[in-house]
Design a protein around this ligand. Structure first.
Ligand SMILES: [Cu+2]
Length: 511
């Protein structure tokens, strides 16, 4: 197997977040190292050969993140982040979504191919405090690392900042047979990369840190752990990495430029493994990598960095020799045909700060911006019109489907973009062509995944329709939402301020 090892980050250096006016550099935390938290697997309420029953609870809590006072945090089935939910392909899931928070939320399954807009859990599927919503769906997509996060417009960013982000792993027989590490918590571990700023008494303060281009903090938090280490007991370690930050990009590399192999992207296993020494992730993207510690002497530590700041220290212990080789070809992925008649849809992400828009408009919950017939294939040309010298990478995300990246400004996509994706970072001045098809009817949002940008209106929605079975949808409206939140907070609706509203007001627009 002769292969090149990719040693650059692919994205345009001039667009890195380090060039933002409001960039908050990461700082090495001055606290003792702690064992990396690994989110436990969520235990089903009931399981049969064909069906699985779960209860997912959004709740408040307190978490010991730093020495001293605990931090007030939110989480799913725990005080922070979530327990990991497993979706076995082919099985039908029955999930109670329970809201024990003081305010309304939604449960969005990022990357899951399910009907929109209610099962998908975007802004049209509110769960009010003290209430439960029930969803059922059949798992019908390849094994992948997906995630669950809150998505109530326009408070998505603040709720995710409080900690509402968990993992959802789709499993299937194809992936189970591949020679990957499969022992969750031992040689198969998730890394949810986030950043926070700790204020007085170790608390987070979203409002104080607000930036319409995305909230950042100087302290890296990995699976809800500050300054973590992980004890490596196997030669090969699989890391399921999620950029779960509101805005931060992660430019990942190991000490001594230890190479690693990416085996999966957002939507599952890639057709071919790709070797790297450096890998950049934009918000909401996932990369599963295998790190081989075979050349590391037990007793040594290998550090994972973003830029020059340590994120996780891997303490390498004795391990059994593992000479497993990955095949050159891992899986076949769907790739529906296109013809010269295949429609091309143009999508434009524009602006920065409060001026962010999708197709020259800000998001409106009651407006359907586009329609595409279920099963039909379309090419989407997604353009970022930001200035090439002073703009930013906008990660474009679609609900309800996984797409294929065909080209970047007419050139080959990056080496690790040949698998199924639901999020793609678009450089300033660039047009990324993707191939899009929907398998389920519904109304689906598509947006920039810098979460403050989506709250600020860089978002639109499409109806995937079946002409033989027309459907109507009850879409959330701003008055209902504002009245509900004002009531929850015990204030007059006139005094209600939601994150994201400023982006509409500063542009002279009504939300
Ligand atoms: Cu953006």
């Amino acid at each position: 197997m002769t292969k090149s090892i990719h040693t650059d980050y692919f994205f345009d250096e001039t667009a890195y977040n380090t060039h933002d006016g409001g960039y908050v550099p990461l700082e090495e935390p001055d606290v003792p190292q702690q064992p990396l938290r690994v989110p436990p697997l969520l235990k089903p309420d009931k399981e049969t050969p064909t069906d699985t029953y779960y209860t997912v609870v959004a709740q408040t809590g307190e978490t010991q993140l730093l020495p001293g006072k605990k931090t007030k945090t939110w989480g799913y089935n725990g005080s922070l982040l979530g327990q990991t939910v497993v979706f076995a392909k082919g099985k039908t899931m029955h999930i109670d979504l329970k809201n024990e928070l003081p305010e309304l939320t939604t449960f969005h399954w990022h990357g899951l191919n399910v009907p929109g807009p209610y099962t998908d859990g975007g802004c049209h599927a509110p769960v009010y405090p003290g209430k439960t919503r029930h969803i059922d769906f059949k798992v019908d997509q390849p094994a992948a690392t997906l995630w669950l996060h809150a998505h109530p417009c326009p408070s998505t960013a603040e709720q995710v900042w409080h900690g509402l982000a968990g993992l959802a792993l789709v499993t299937d027989e194809t992936e189970a047979k591949l020679p990957f590490p499969h022992n969750y918590g031992v040689d198969d571990i998730p890394l949810v990369l986030q950043d926070r700023r700790f204020h007085e008494d170790n608390q987070w303060d979203y409002e104080a840190d607000y930036d319409p281009d995305g909230v950042q903090g100087p302290t890296a938090m990995i699976n809800g752990t500050i300054n973590p280490y992980f004890d490596v007991t196997t030669q090969r370690l699989r890391l399921r990495i999620l950029d779960g930050a509101n805005r931060r990009e992660w430019r990942l590399h190991f000490s001594d430029d230890l190479p690693f192999t990416q085996i999966a992207s957002d939507g599952g296993v890639m057709p071919e493994p790709v070797e790297f020494t450096h890998l950049m992730l934009t918000c909401a993207e996932r990369a599963e990598i295998i790190v081989d510690f075979g050349k590391v002497t037990p007793g040594h530590t290998v550090t994972l960095y973003s830029d020059d700041v340590p994120l996780v220290r891997f303490r390498v212990h004795d391990f059994e020799t593992d000479d497993t080789q990955l095949p050159d070809h891992l899986v076949d992925i769907p790739n529906p045909d296109v013809t010269p008649d295949t429609p091309v849809r143009k999508v434009v992400m524009s602006g920065m700060d409060e001026a962010v828009m999708m197709d020259g408009k800000k998001f409106e919950m009651q407006r359907i911006d586009a329609r595409q017939k279920v099963g039909n294939v379309e090419l989407w040309d997604v353009t970022n019109t930001n200035d090439m010298d002073a703009g930013m990478v906008h990660p474009f995300h679609m609900h309800g489907t996984q797409f294929l990246v065909l080209s970047r400004n007419g050139h080959e996509p990056y080496a690790n973009e040949h698998g199924l994706k639901d999020t793609v970072g678009v450089n300033p001045g660039e047009t990324v062509r993707i191939k899009v098809w929907f398998e389920h009817t519904g109304v689906y949002m598509y947006h920039c995944h810098i979460i403050e940008h989506e709250d600020g209106g860089m978002m639109a929605q499409i109806e995937a329709y079946d002409p033989d079975h027309p459907q109507t949808y009850k879409l959330m409206d701003m008055d209902t939402l504002m009245n509900a939140v004002a009531e929850e907070r015990g204030i007059d609706v006139k005094d209600l301020k939601l994150p994201g509203m400023s982006s509409y007001e500063k542009m002279g627009m009504k939300m």
